[in-house]
Ligand binder design. Structure first.
Ligand SMILES: Nc1ncnc2c1ncn2[C@@H]1O[C@H](COP(=O)(O)OP(=O)(O)OP(=O)(O)O)[C@@H](O)[C@H]1O
Ligand SMILES: [Mg+2]
Length: 451
């Protein structure tokens, strides 16, 4: 990995652009360059630079456009230095007011440029560390970032308050994007374990041969390559919470080891002799119906009962529409600018079925903030599949016996088709994790082969 700071130069004068590029390369920076705002924004999308050095007058827009973009798209770590003509102090002021870190007057004095770049990078680093700390504090003390006015969400909040202080194991179920991880974190934050770590274990993502050693750790010499004794996550999370995400993906031998740990509250490192007591709260989550998985023999029944001491089920967003307006306000407020949806856009947000649940709603709002012109957001600013979604596409008649799962599948496959089988783009549109998408697709494949 290359740790040198990276700079994106945005300058339409080719000679000037080349000169700056060569100079900064010579100083050891990594440099990419763009000739206009459009190019710059796509380069930022590919890889976030540490600093942008941008001209003011560019062929497609003003450099302010890039500054707006990095704020709306929350690339908050990027430092921004504007290059202004000597005479336009007003422009420089405008840039600083909009959040640029510094400006430099043209013609550019290279020594001055270097000093300013160095300083802007440094300030940005300190500031982002500060805001990280602030947000940790904020997360810890703000009672609820979870928005929910519907009776079901209110009931979930009461359950969280009630169970958080206990050590009870909690099983959270709900489809993708309904907020399972948020609920898990909230349980941790409101428990006596808030000072300990919250460790997120994605049982689906971890390679099978690693998960044992990841969870339980190993003793030096336990196997080839175990050159040091290493603690597993159960130890690292001591005093805190372990979040077993997508727990339905645990392979059967791991289900057995986990069951043993839960029963005995103690474990051994791989190759270790000593029993180590565990001091963790276990919260598990699953987006499939675990009881059904038990019936199908895919999940151990005894483990299911161990995990399902307290269960929290988060319903689909479409089943709690009264939460939608509050979520909209919440996500709009998170954007850097003030904004509001017009009536038809709002109407669409209320009626769209949200197969990707809250995550999809959040993504749609962020998309509109970028693509539209805040503060006035219109129907057309929403992602196209939402904007053009016709209500009749959702089966509404009760006689339509399609299961939610088959509707979800049809929707996913349609978007995949529309994006020309671009999985990254599909996951983005659906507002689901890429891994979740590929898992679903693999399952459809299996089903197709099996039938
Ligand atoms: N009630 C809510 N209020 C505010 N934000 C929410 C709410 N529910 C979900 N979100 C947001 O939606 C996104 C998805 O939430 P989260 O990761 O908790 O879902 P999940 O159920 O774990 O999804 P997956 O099954 O795909 O992992 C996050 O960005 C989260 O901040
Ligand atoms: Mg999750």
């Amino acid at each position: 990995m290359n740790n040198k700071p990276s700079i994106l130069i945005v300058e339409d004068d080719c000679r000037q652009n080349k000169l700056l590029t060569d100079f900064l390369l010579g100083q050891g920076y990594r440099v990419r360059s763009a000739l206009d705002c459009g190019q710059a924004i796509s380069l930022i999308g590919e890889e976030e630079p540490h600093l942008i050095l941008s001209d003011v007058n560019l062929p497609d827009h003003s450099g302010l456009y890039i500054l707006d973009h990095i704020q709306v798209a929350r690339h908050l770590e990027i430092a921004f230095v504007a290059m202004t003509a000597f005479t336009s102090i007003d422009v420089a002021v405008e840039f600083m007011r909009k959040g640029a870190d510094d400006y430099i007057a043209k013609p550019i004095n290279l020594a001055d440029l270097l000093a300013r770049i160095g300083r802007a990078l440094e300030t940005k680093k300190v500031r982002s560390r500060l805001s990280q700390l602030e947000s940790q504090v904020h997360e810890r003390y703000s009672l609820n970032q979870i928005i929910g006015h519907s009776p079901t969400m209110q009931r979930i909040f009461r359950t969280i308050e009630r169970v958080a202080p206990t050590n009870a194991t909690v099983l959270i179920t709900g489809r993708t994007g309904t907020g399972k991880e948020m609920v898990a974190k909230s349980i941790h934050i409101h428990s006596g374990r808030a000072r300990g770590q919250f460790i997120d274990v994605d049982c689906g993502a971890m390679p099978e041969h690693l998960i044992n050693s990841e969870l339980f750790g190993y003793q030096k010499g336990a196997f080839t390559g175990a050159t040091e004794t290493r603690k597993g996550l159960f130890e690292v999370a001591g005093g805190g919470t372990i979040f077993l995400d997508e727990v339905h993906n645990l392979k059967s031998d791991l289900q057995t080891s986990l069951l043993r740990v839960l029963q005995e509250r103690t474990f051994r490192r791989i190759g270790g002799r000593e029993n180590i007591d565990i001091d963790v709260r276990i919260v598990a989550a699953s987006n499939v119906d675990l009881a059904e998985a038990v019936r199908q023999g895919k999940f151990r029944e005894d483990l299911y009962y161990r995990l399902n001491v307290i269960s929290i089920h988060i319903p689909d967003l479409s089943a709690r529409k009264e939460d939608i307006p509050h979520l909209i306000t919440h996500f709009l407020k998170k954007g850097a600018t003030r904004a509001e949806f017009n009536k038809s856009a709002f109407q669409k947000l209320m009626t769209y079925p949200w197969p990707g649940n809250v995550r999809e709603l959040q993504n749609a709002i962020e998309y509109a903030l970028v693509m539209g012109q805040p503060p006035f957001l219109k129907l057309e600013d929403l992602p196209i599949h939402i904007c053009e979604h016709a209500e009749s596409e959702v089966p509404r008649r009760t006689s339509d016996a399609r299961s939610l799962e088959s509707v979800e599948r049809a929707h996913i496959l349609r978007i995949l088709e529309e994006t020309g089988h671009d999985q990254g783009r599909t996951a983005e549109i659906l507002g689901i994790d890429r891994r979740t998408l590929s898992r679903k697709l693999a399952r459809y494949n299996e089903q197709a082969l099996g039938s």
